[in-house]
Design a protein around this ligand. Structure first.
Ligand SMILES: NC(=O)c1ccc[n+]([C@@H]2O[C@H](COP(=O)([O-])OP(=O)(O)OC[C@H]3O[C@@H](n4cnc5c(N)ncnc54)[C@H](O)[C@@H]3O)[C@@H](O)[C@H]2O)c1
Ligand SMILES: O=C(O)C(=O)C[C@@H](O)[C@H](O)[C@H](O)COP(=O)(O)O
Ligand SMILES: [Zn+2]
Length: 348
């Protein structure tokens, strides 16, 4: 269940009073510790004891070493099965905290309080938890729903612009795969800022939640949420592997361009709609330089995508703005051409 919090966090307090937890463990990173934890602690009313678990910020922390440290700390602090983990942060915190909670002592309860646009609209919803393995994205994880998701949009007030823009990419994706009018409302935004995005958060959350409710374990329609991620994750992984991580939404934006073009090359999407998508994505996102990435390295990552079966790369592609198909296999030439198309945009 997703709840938009009042300024006094009354719904969170009701949730804490109605349940019998033994202790609360609040997972934060250094930034959500500074900007969001004081707001949470200033409003949280409970007789329960709590501990703060802090990790460094960034995708590089979403790994087994951090998970191990958190499991060890929970053990040292004698967290029992009635403990509650509160994930207060962006997608790294909700993915990582959800993973640690869903595996510690075979699972303790957790709630998500997303603090980035990306985690409000996407990562905190849907129960995908996980960590990266080497530089492969989200390779180890669970499908486990949080008990609740509490959204407080005012947390966005301290979010840097680049992070806001990163989250906006997942919102655009939601429009492209499921709701043309959402896409059209979003691309009308000329100046991307908190005021302009806040009115559209609810629609994005609804799209994500609606898809997840139909197919929690990603057997079919949930794969549409992965549009732009097959190539996007490969680019993100290569950057991570080189020690130059990019933001998830930046990778998704590049993935939207490549996969919109691929949708066109595969005869699924009209050229006119492809151009509309590419023009608009370029309006918000600077070009990502992938000229150093070899096709063979990209293909090695594509071959490990979680949607694949029998070594066949399964794409989720657009048939029009607002509609997405899944389990589509593309010719190798077209995949290469979509990457070259993106590379050439640099000089266009
Ligand atoms: N599970 C899912 O369904 C799902 C969906 C989309 C993305 N993801 C994952 O989410 C991650 C990306 O999430 P993200 O973009 O939120 O990244 P993030 O968690 O790294 O947060 C981005 C940055 O913003 C800072 N921050 C967070 N809230 C802040 C605030 N209110 N004010 C100031 N700074 C703040 C963080 O410290 C961090 O530096 C990726 O690992 C991606 O794979 C998961
Ligand atoms: O929730 C989903 O399903 C998604 O695909 C949402 C994506 O935006 C998100 O990045 C997700 O973490 C990708 O999952 P993965 O299994 O492809 O790693
Ligand atoms: Zn994503």
């Amino acid at each position: 269940m997703i709840t938009i919090l009042n300024d006094n966090f009354s719904q969170l307090n009701e949730f804490l009073h109605e349940n019998t937890f033994s202790k609360i463990f609040i997972l934060v990173d250094e930034n959500t510790h500074e900007y969001c934890l004081p707001v949470l602690l200033g409003n949280m009313e409970t007789d329960l004891g709590f501990e703060i678990l802090e990790i460094e910020a960034g995708e590089e922390m979403k790994n087994i070493q951090t998970a191990n440290q958190l499991w060890e700390i929970l053990t040292e602090m004698q967290a029992d099965r009635k403990a509650l983990v509160i994930n207060l942060g962006g997608g790294v915190i909700t993915d990582m905290g959800g993973f640690v909670a869903s595996t510690y002592k075979r699972g303790v309860q957790f709630i998500n309080i997303p603090t980035t646009l990306l985690s409000m609209c996407d990562a905190s919803i849907g129960g995908k938890t996980g960590i990266d393995l080497m530089h492969f994205k989200n390779m180890v994880g669970t499908f486990t729903f949080p008990e609740q998701i509490f959204v407080y949009p005012k947390f966005l007030e301290t979010l840097p612009f680049k992070e806001l823009r990163s989250g906006f990419a997942e919102m655009l994706k939601h429009g492209l795969i499921a709701d043309r009018s959402h896409w059209e409302n979003l691309i009308r935004i000329n100046k991307l800022d908190i005021e302009s995005v806040i009115p559209h958060i609810q629609t994005s959350m609804n799209i994500k939640q609606d898809v997840v409710e139909q197919d929690f374990h990603e057997k079919n329609i949930r794969k549409t949420l992965n549009f732009a991620h097959t190539i996007g994750h490969a680019i993100e992984s290569l950057c991570l592997g080189q020690g130059n991580p990019i933001l998830h939404g930046e990778a998704v934006a590049a993935g939207m361009i490549c996969e919109a073009h691929l949708s066109y090359l595969e005869g699924l999407l009209s050229e006119e709609e492809e151009n509309i998508i590419i023009e608009n994505v370029q309006k918000y996102y600077p070009y990502l330089d992938i000229s150093d990435f070899k096709d063979e390295d990209i293909f090695a990552l594509l071959l490990n995508d979680k949607k694949n079966v029998d070594s066949k790369i399964n794409f989720s592609l657009l048939s029009e703005i607002g509609a997405c198909i899944f389990d589509h296999q593309c010719s190798q030439n077209n995949i290469q051409e979509s990457l070259n198309f993106y590379r050439k945009l640099n000089n266009a």
